[in-house]
Design a protein around this ligand. Structure first.
Ligand SMILES: C[S@@+](CC[C@H](N)C(=O)[O-])C[C@H]1O[C@@H](n2cnc3c(N)ncnc32)[C@H](O)[C@@H]1O
Length: 227
C-alpha cells in the first residue's frame, strides 16, 4: 500500500459519513450506518462492558476518528476517565477529516472543533483532550506484531482493521497473541468481524469468546475477555 490511502467520502444509511478505499474495494465502516456500527460494536459491546472507573483503551486503526470521538463523548456521559491509545499507519489528511459529519450528526456544531482536535493531536504523544479523556495516537504498522510492543496494558481493545479478506496480514495469530499479552485481567476485545477463523485465533490467544448480535445489516460480532 502507499503511505497515504486514496479514499472517497460516502454517506451511510444512518446519514453518517464513511470512507471508501477504491484499491481495496473496502469501506472504513458498515454502509448500513457508520455511527450505528461504531456505537454498537465498540461503545456498547466493548467500552460499556468494562466496569472500571479508569479505562485504558487501545484502538487498532484510528481512521476517521469516529470510535475515538464516540468514546470521548461516552467518557463525559459516564464520568469515567479514559486513556485512549490509537494505532494507525495511514493518517488521514486534515482536509479529509474536515469533511466528516460526525460532530453534526451526533451533537451540534460546537463539537466540530473537538472532533478536529482529535485529528490535529500530535502523533507519538499523549495529550489531554478533555479532563476525562487523553489521546495518544501512534503512527505504526500493526501488521508487524513487534510494533505493538508497549509498556501500557489495556482494559478494552477495539480491533477495527479492514476485513480479513482485504488485509489478511492484520488478522494473524501473532497479532492476537501480542494483544492478549497487552491485555489486563478482565480486559475486553471487540471486533465487527465474526468469522470463525478469527474467533478461533482469539480463543487460541487466550480470550474467552462470545458471539453477540451485530448492528443492523450484520448477524453477529465478537467479544473476547481475558478471564
Ligand atoms: C476499518 S478502518 C478503521 C476505522 C476507524 N476505527 C474509524 O473509526 O474510522 C481500518 C484502519 O486501519 C488502518 N490500517 C491499515 N493498514 C494498517 C497497518 N498495517 N497498520 C496500522 N493501521 C493500518 C487504515 O488506514 C484504517 O484507518
Amino acid at each position: 500500500m502507499n503511505s497515504q490511502l486514496k479514499t472517497k467520502l460516502i454517506t451511510t444509511e444512518d446519514g453518517s459519513h464513511s470512507l471508501y478505499v477504491p484499491h481495496l474495494n473496502e469501506h472504513y465502516h458498515s454502509t448500513h450506518g457508520a455511527i450505528q456500527e461504531s456505537r454498537h460494536v465498540y461503545i456498547d459491546t466493548g467500552l460499556n462492558a468494562c466496569k472500571l472507573e479508569k479505562i485504558n483503551v487501545l484502538e487498532i486503526g484510528f481512521g476517521t476518528g469516529l470510535n475515538t470521538f464516540l468514546t470521548l463523548m461516552e467518557s463525559e456521559k459516564t464520568n469515567k476517565v479514559v486513556k485512549y491509545t490509537s494505532l494507525e499507519l495511514y493518517p488521514l489528511a486534515i482536509e479529509s477529516a474536515k469533511q466528516l459529519n460526525y460532530a453534526e450528526q451526533l451533537t451540534d456544531k460546537k463539537r466540530v472543533t473537538q472532533f478536529l482536535d482529535l485529528h490535529k493531536a500530535p502523533w507519538g504523544k499523549e495529550v489531554d483532550i478533555t479532563p476525562n479523556f487523553s489521546l495518544c495516537k501512534i503512527e505504526t504498522d500493526i501488521s508487524n506484531p513487534n510494533n505493538l510492543d508497549t509498556t501500557v496494558h489495556y482494559d478494552v481493545i477495539y480491533f477495527d482493521a479492514f476485513a480479513p479478506e482485504k488485509q489478511p496480514e492484520m488478522w494473524t495469530q501473532q497479532i492476537f497473541d501480542k494483544l492478549f499479552s497487552l491485555s489486563n485481567k478482565n480486559a475486553i476485545i471487540t471486533t465487527y468481524c465474526a468469522k470463525g477463523v478469527v474467533r478461533r485465533m482469539l480463543q487460541s490467544a487466550g480470550y474467552k469468546m462470545e458471539r453477540l448480535p451485530g448492528p443492523p445489516g450484520k448477524r453477529e460480532i465478537l467479544r473476547g475477555r481475558k478471564v
